[in-house]
Write a protein that binds this ligand. Structure first.
Ligand SMILES: *[C@@H]1O[C@H](CO)[C@@H](O)[C@H](O)[C@H]1NC(C)=O
Ligand SMILES: *[C@@H]1O[C@H](CO)[C@@H](O)[C@H](O)[C@H]1NC(C)=O
Ligand SMILES: *[C@@H]1O[C@H](CO)[C@@H](O)[C@H](O)[C@H]1NC(C)=O
Length: 395
């Protein structure tokens, strides 16, 4: 009898205490846009004492029903509170600037006799999209077999900085062809990224009589990141069952239970099942893994159509990998929202002209004829190569 009374008391206590149900702070906001912040709480019968809002732990708005007026704001750089539209649950920022970035927190307290306080916080990032397409520099008007292509793609300034990638004839450029340059900082926190592409034109590149180079700039904002880790320890033992993946985190699977120096280490990492725009990245002893180690697999597609990303890591275990605490292999899954994609494409030596040929337009007629000549030369080299290989077969 006594025991059941006790249980009921606890239950009632738990059910009737102040709860913060949800905090709505947009993860990303376009520069100048207004923002609604929303703090949803359940007083469970208590009286509200105060709702306070903080940015990076500095208070900028408070609502106390006992105050007159109940809603008050405090000046804070980058936080433009509109008092008329703000109340005990909502705060309206009528504009944003680059100082609006930060960690936004809501704190709710109840009156006597309970005096409870709950709080939550979330990050907000302001973004600025690039104004223009990425620019390709260093182009020659024609390239023949054996020529060196040495070009740079530069993004239009943005926040966060754009990620650049190159395609050669529609295929991703080999990592060894790429040079990443230091990001340039512009006014107001905008950044310009640059990616060099350097390779020797081969016969395969020109088999359709033209070469297309394509640079894409993607601006995306990370909003969620989680890691899974395994340690191949002093006794060189891998036991992924020791690792309990946190909810929504990536899952690691090793090929073998035990590794010795000289063995090939093979590990797979798959993301959780709700992966739109999830990027998986390998770290070996906290350094980003060399691209030679990384295997990109096609995504796993489940029966219900939901996908998981999958990447592999494969390398030969050497003594240098094994630090005192063992070899640490970490896979990080990052979710991001793609905010903008812009693309610049050039086609060289073909008859099909694209936007990128503006770059070459100044060369006028001469370059066209030169291009034609080059095409004829390529056909010649094609024929020669063909004949040569025929002869080689005969001999
Ligand atoms: C607070 O403001 C929001 C947004 O204007 C509104 O939807 C909500 O009803 C308001 N709450 C109260 C209690 O007035
Ligand atoms: C490629 O071009 C860049 C910039 O124009 C230059 O600094 C670099 O030395 C060039 N690379 C080669 C291999 O020619
Ligand atoms: C990793 O995944 C690939 C593709 O599904 C599979 O072929 C390979 O055996 C897996 N490796 C390990 C270590 O599980």
């Amino acid at each position: 009898m006594f025991a059941s009374f006790f249980v009921v008391t606890i239950f009632v206590e738990a059910a009737l205490s102040l709860k913060l149900v949800d905090l709505h702070v947009p993860a990303v906001v376009r520069l100048t846009s207004p923002v609604w912040l929303y703090c949803w709480y359940n007083l469970e019968g208590d009286d509200l004492y105060s709702v306070k809002w903080y940015k990076n732990h500095v208070e900028f708005y408070r609502f106390l029903p006992s105050d007159n007026p109940p809603g008050q704001k405090y000046d804070l750089v980058g936080v433009h509170v509109d008092l008329k539209n703000s109340n005990q649950t909502h705060v309206y920022l009528d504009q944003t600037d680059l100082n609006t970035d930060g960690l936004y927190g809501c704190e709710v307290s109840t009156e006597a006799p309970s005096y409870k306080t709950v709080q939550a916080e979330k990050k907000l990032k302001v973004y600025v999209l690039p104004r223009d397409k990425p620019a390709i520099e260093g182009l020659e008007s024609v390239y023949g077999i054996g020529d060196e292509v040495n070009v740079t793609c530069g993004s239009s300034p943005s926040k966060p900085p754009a990620q650049l990638s190159w395609l050669i004839n529609g295929q991703p450029a080999e990592p060894t062809f790429l040079t990443t340059y230091e990001t340039q900082r512009h006014l107001e926190g905008l950044q310009r990224t640059m990616l060099g592409l350097n390779f020797i034109v081969t016969f395969t590149h020109l088999k359709h009589g033209m070469l297309s180079l394509d640079c894409t700039a993607i601006v995306s904002q990370e909003y969620y990141s989680q890691s899974g880790e395994i340690v191949i320890g002093g006794r060189i033992r891998a036991d992924p069952s020791d690792f309990v993946p946190p909810e929504k985190g990536p899952t690691l699977v090793t090929g073998k239970k035990e590794y010795r120096v000289g063995d090939i280490v093979e590990v797979n990492c798959s993301s959780s099942r709700d992966t739109k725009n999830t990027q998986l990245t390998w770290f070996v002893n906290d350094q980003k893994a060399s691209h030679f180690y990384v295997i990109n697999y096609p995504p796993i597609i489940y029966k219900d159509g939901v996908m998981s990303s999958l990447i592999g890591l494969k390398f030969r275990l050497t003594h240098t990998h094994l630090l005192s605490e063992g070899l640490r292999i970490k896979c990080t899954s990052t979710k991001s929202i793609v905010l903008d994609t812009k693309n610049q494409k050039v086609i060289i030596g073909g008859t099909q002209h694209s936007s990128g040929l503006h770059v070459l337009a100044s060369n006028g007629k001469e370059s066209n004829t030169k291009g034609l000549w080059n095409m004829m030369l390529w056909s010649w080299s094609f024929t020669l190569a063909f004949v040569q290989s025929l002869c080689a077969d005969q001999l």
